[in-house]
Design a protein around this ligand. Structure first.
Ligand code: ATP
Ligand code: MG
Length: 208
């Protein structure tokens, strides 16, 4: 984890003149996978891609491949082995039977989780300012913001002060308006159909 800081910085073959801000949000499937599709395309032109996955523990198919695919790709992650939920989002009758979820009053996230998330965000920022990254993907960042693991202002400051050539991609549901205002591109994944609703559980290789 967080091994990027020890990586050697290489010159890239192609540079973006101006990096834009992209947002993939909405309740339909495809946000994270679209971001990795973009990473794949960028790598094809020799761009350097830094991905940080929030709220995740590196247990997805993409994490198994990341270190093998290209030295211009780094995929970091930061998470804890439990989910967080705000009390007010969970109906009282469901609270007892939900497992592996830390249920908190809104605004009081687990401190250790917030500290860990902030540290990973800071490392990412240092990398981006020093490291000549062309595309930075912050996967599920808005979920981290929603659970107060990362102050929104930190994210806004980073977007506003990013290096000119760096494209930024933010994914996840519940994208805050302040980020939407700053975005150049927003794709709202709308759920039309998802097999989960028909009782098909998440499938390895497709959903994780
Ligand atoms: P993916 O990682 O497959 O591109 P996503 O990033 O759009 O999905 P998230 O909101 O991050 O979706 O959801 C995480 C998990 O939930 C993934 O395993 C994803 O496949 C699954 N998922 C996404 N949308 C839905 C949905 N509408 N109903 C049920 N499960 C979903
Ligand atoms: Mg996702």
């Amino acid at each position: 984890m967080l091994a990027a800081s020890s990586q050697k910085v290489e010159k890239v073959a192609v540079k973006l003149n101006k990096g834009l801000v992209e947002v993939y949000t909405g309740n339909g499937k495809g946000k994270t996978t679209a971001a990795f599709g973009l990473a794949f395309r960028a790598l094809g032109w020799g761009l350097r891609v830094y991905v940080i996955q929030f709220m995740k523990l590196g247990t997805y198919g993409e994490n198994r491949l990341a270190s093998k695919i290209d030295s211009n790709l780094v995929v970091e992650y930061v998470g804890m082995p439990y989910f967080i939920a705000w009390e007010e989002d969970i109906p009282a009758e469901d609270r007892k039977r939900i497992r592996n979820v830390v249920i908190r009053p809104r605004g009081s996230p687990p401190e250790e989780y917030a500290e860990k998330t902030m540290k990973a965000f800071k490392t990412m920022k240092e990398q981006v300012y020093d490291g000549n990254w062309d595309v930075v993907i912050m996967d599920e960042i808005n979920v981290a913001v929603y659970y107060d693991l990362l102050p929104l202002q930190e994210v806004l400051d980073f977007i506003d002060n990013r290096p000119i050539h760096t494209e930024i991609v933010l994914t996840g549901r519940k994208m805050p308006d302040e980020i939407i205002e700053r975005a150049d591109l927003i794709t709202d994944m709308r759920e039309v159909k998802h097999p989960y609703a028909a009782g098909v559980p998440a499938r390895k290789g497709i959903d994780y």
